[in-house]
Design a protein around this ligand. Structure first.
Ligand SMILES: [Zn+2]
Length: 522
């Protein structure tokens, strides 16, 4: 709220103002606990939610013009990429577009599954946009095709065993010893990945495969599986009830999947500021791709748009450290863009990245203000981030504390693009307002909203539009992102052990009086 209420006064940062800023923006001495000074606060307050919403509207317009989504490998993502690139060039950045190949998947129309004998019956499908879950679904990376054939049970455990993975149906080629080529394989969840079962079925000559849930409590619902790599035959996931029903008598089924599953090229967008020490890179990122099911305005148009608005405001500001911003692609397919970036960057360049800040979903309608748990103070799930991640968490905590806004932690569970960075030891942090998880009563007391409901009821759905954004969450998180970027852009005391050890640099800067890093002569 504070962020929007001050907009206007410092909204437009002229070139003259930008050049006048650094003297006062740089702290007089290195601070153990970096917080923005007055001039930095002014700069932070110039970055407001309306600028972010303008970008969200543009992303929505792009989705509307491109079949309702902005998924990696589609025209909607390419248009999003071009939009971000043009804004960044205008703001003065050096922009790199990094191509990489990935396995593209799209379900073009709703699948069909019917038993033609005995007792003909049509099973309820799951539509491609995931707006409802039927009795079966098309697995991601399934082949496309229409098949009528006899179902053949493959090493099923019915009734189900007492514990998960009592079944190893289809995990071994020997499970298919008596399989009749041309039949449809009926498989049960358990022991190995779905893709192993599907590939073994394909190798045994199955015309299609149906994999049903295993049957123990918690393993009965319709499988919404992901094979992870292209398989040629149609592969469906089904509920335990459907599997049990189909297995009970020799059934003939008719099924159809309508998919595109192929290798495509997509791009990350990387923008480097012209300012700051190139050996001390402060990096922020968000993923620009949506899921195929919807326009992805909260996930992650919100993080992308806020990062873009912050970048635009800082393009002409001579920071001490170099600012770098990234808009990843194919995050939704398994952090592919950020992984490609970290894996292909030379080690010497990787060492220059002093921290990575990630913003994935920052405007959820039933929001919580979640900060990545850098120090593992929550003591749940994944361990602490690399040293320095704790300091990043504290900076965000301080931001919300100053606003008297509650906040809580969110585990470094590897579900977003900080994953490859923390894996290589780079301190990381970031913000998150919640996805498909359920808001607790404790959180409802802290943040308002509805306990027992998802943070984002439109997560990965067609309804993730500009209407699926909470303005307060977006405004406060925009302020938090601006704060972290400005503070880390100007600090001489970056998080983590390696910069703190650089005592000589610090002393030189402090004794220089007007410590204008990047412009100083000695
Ligand atoms: Zn996301």
């Amino acid at each position: 709220m504070r962020i929007t209420s001050r907009r206007g006064a410092y909204r437009v940062l002229t070139m003259a103002a930008a050049l006048a800023l650094p003297l006062s923006l740089v702290p007089a001495a290195a601070q153990a606990d970096p917080g923005p000074n007055t001039a930095q606060k002014r700069l932070i307050d110039s970055i407001t939610a309306p600028a972010v919403k303008k970008h969200l509207q543009a992303l929505q317009t792009i989705a509307n013009a491109n079949g309702g989504n902005r998924a990696a490998g589609t025209s909607g993502h390419a248009a999003s990429r071009d939009y971000v690139v043009s804004k960044l060039k205008k703001a003065g950045y050096t922009v790199t577009v990094q191509p990489f190949d990935f396995a593209f998947f799209e379900e073009k129309s709703t699948a069909l599954l019917e038993r033609t004998s005995p007792n003909p019956r049509v099973f309820a499908p799951t539509p491609p946009d995931g707006s409802s879950v039927g009795e079966f679904s098309t697995m991601s990376y399934s082949g496309s095709g229409e098949v009528t054939g006899t179902l053949q049970n493959v090493d099923l455990v019915l009734p189900p065993g007492p514990t998960p993975s009592s079944s190893s149906s289809g995990c071994e080629a020997s499970d298919f010893a008596g399989f009749t080529p041309g039949n449809i394989a009926l498989l049960q969840r358990g022991t190995c990945n779905f893709v192993v079962k599907a590939q073994n079925a394909q190798a045994a000559g199955a015309a299609a495969a149906i994999i049903f849930n295993e049957g123990q409590p918690g393993r009965t619902e319709t499988l919404l599986g992901n094979l992870g790599e292209p398989v040629s035959i149609p592969v469906l996931g089904a509920s335990f009830a459907v599997g049990q029903e189909l297995a009970s008598a020799t059934s003939v089924v008719h099924l159809k999947t309508d998919t595109i599953s192929e290798i495509r090229t997509t791009h990350n967008v990387i923008a480097d500021s012209k300012w700051g020490d190139p050996n001390k890179v402060v990096m922020s990122g968000a993923h620009l791709d949506s899921v195929p099911a919807g326009p992805g305005i909260n996930d992650d148009g919100s993080g992308s748009a806020a990062t873009l608005a912050v970048a635009e405001a800082l393009g002409k500001v001579p920071t001490r450290n170099k600012l770098r911003f990234a808009w990843w692609s194919a995050e939704e397919l398994g952090l592919l863009g950020s992984t490609e970036y970290v894996d292909t960057l030379p080690a010497a360049d990787l060492a220059k990245i002093k921290l990575y800040l990630n913003y994935d979903m920052i405007g959820s309608t039933n929001y919580a203000f979640k900060i990545y748990d850098g120090d593992n103070s929550d003591a749940v799930g994944s361990p602490a981030g690399p040293p320095g991640s704790d300091e990043i968490e504290k900076l965000f905590e301080k931001y919300f504390d100053t606003l008297r806004q509650g906040h809580n932690g969110t585990d470094f569970d590897g579900r977003s693009d900080y994953g490859p960075f923390i894996a290589t030891g780079i301190p990381a942090g970031g913000l998150f307002t919640g996805a498909e998880g359920i808001k607790t009563a404790e959180e409802a007391a802290l943040f308002g909203g509805t306990a027992g409901e998802p943070y984002d009821p439109c997560y990965h759905q067609a309804c993730d539009t500009t209407a699926n954004i909470n303005d307060k969450a977006l405004a406060l998180n925009t302020g938090a992102i601006a704060t972290a970027t400005v503070v880390y852009g100007f600090t001489s005391d970056l998080p983590g052990p390696d910069t703190r050890a650089a005592a000589t640099t610090k002393r030189a800067v402090t004794s220089a009086g007007a410590d204008l890093q990047g412009r100083s002569k000695g």
